[in-house]
Ligand binder design. Structure first.
Ligand SMILES: Nc1nc2c(ncn2[C@@H]2O[C@H](COP(=O)(O)OP(=O)(O)OP(=O)(O)O)[C@@H](O)[C@H]2O)c(=O)[nH]1
Ligand SMILES: [Mg+2]
Length: 191
């Protein structure tokens, strides 16, 4: 993919704010702090999405416009889940936003489910997986922070996810360009 221009196209806090939008979409799901914003920045080659070592940084739905050789796409950074240190009201708002987005989203071409290489699938990931499957969205698992585990641990995790859930998983680290080409290839195929 040759990227011509990218920009933060919108930040939404409630389902009512979400605009109707027919552009092909790639969604980024995952627990707080798993590396969603970092992956978006890495794929786009720009520090567009805010990243932080404090979990729960992105509690909005963020649309990134990506114009390039694949046409006009949207990358959608979804609020991180599984983070306990927000108020009950805030947690409820985020759940509504998440569900509202899934209900309304049009023309979703690929759901990337990011999972921390060190932890594998945790209960909230399974809950999200069920929501994605229920919506019949094509899914690709990304094992983030792969620099934190050994190559043999990576292979074991990949084999397990394939066996248990029939999921294809690609290891990724912001410290290496290795997984990036493969992720772009899958995005291209999905678009
Ligand atoms: N070692 C290592 N650290 C990473 C990697 N990817 C992300 N991080 C770090 O993990 C932290 C969280 O990354 P973010 O990209 O902000 O995570 P997020 O999923 O967007 O988090 P929320 O917005 O809170 O949901 C940051 O300190 C990143 O620098 C990686 O591949 N390797
Ligand atoms: Mg984020």
């Amino acid at each position: 993919m040759n990227i011509h221009t990218t920009e933060l196209a919108g930040t939404y806090f409630t389902p009512e704010q979400l605009p109707a939008d027919r552009r092909p979409k790639v969604l980024f799901f995952g627990r707080s702090n798993v590396g969603k914003s970092s992956l978006i920045n890495s794929l786009l080659g720009r520090r567009l999405a805010r990243t932080s070592s404090t979990p729960g940084k992105t509690l909005s739905v963020n649309y990134y416009r990506v114009d390039g050789s694949l046409g006009r796409l949207l990358f959608v950074d979804l609020p991180g889940y599984g983070f306990a240190k927000v108020s009950k009201d805030e947690a409820l708002r985020v759940r509504r936003l998440f569900a509202g987005f899934l209900e309304r989203a049009e023309n979703v071409r690929l759901a990337l489910l990011l999972v921390d290489s060190r932890h594998g699938f945790l209960p909230p990931d399974l809950e999200t997986l069920a929501q994605i499957v229920e919506k019949n969205l094509p899914i690709l698992t990304i094992l983030t922070k792969s620099d934190k585990i050994s190559f043999s641990e990576q292979r074991k995790l990949i084999a397990n996810l394939q066996k248990q859930f029939g999921l294809l998983a690609i290891p990724f680290s912001i410290k290496s360009p290795a997984g990036k080409g493969e992720i772009w290839k899958r995005i291209q195929e999905a678009i």
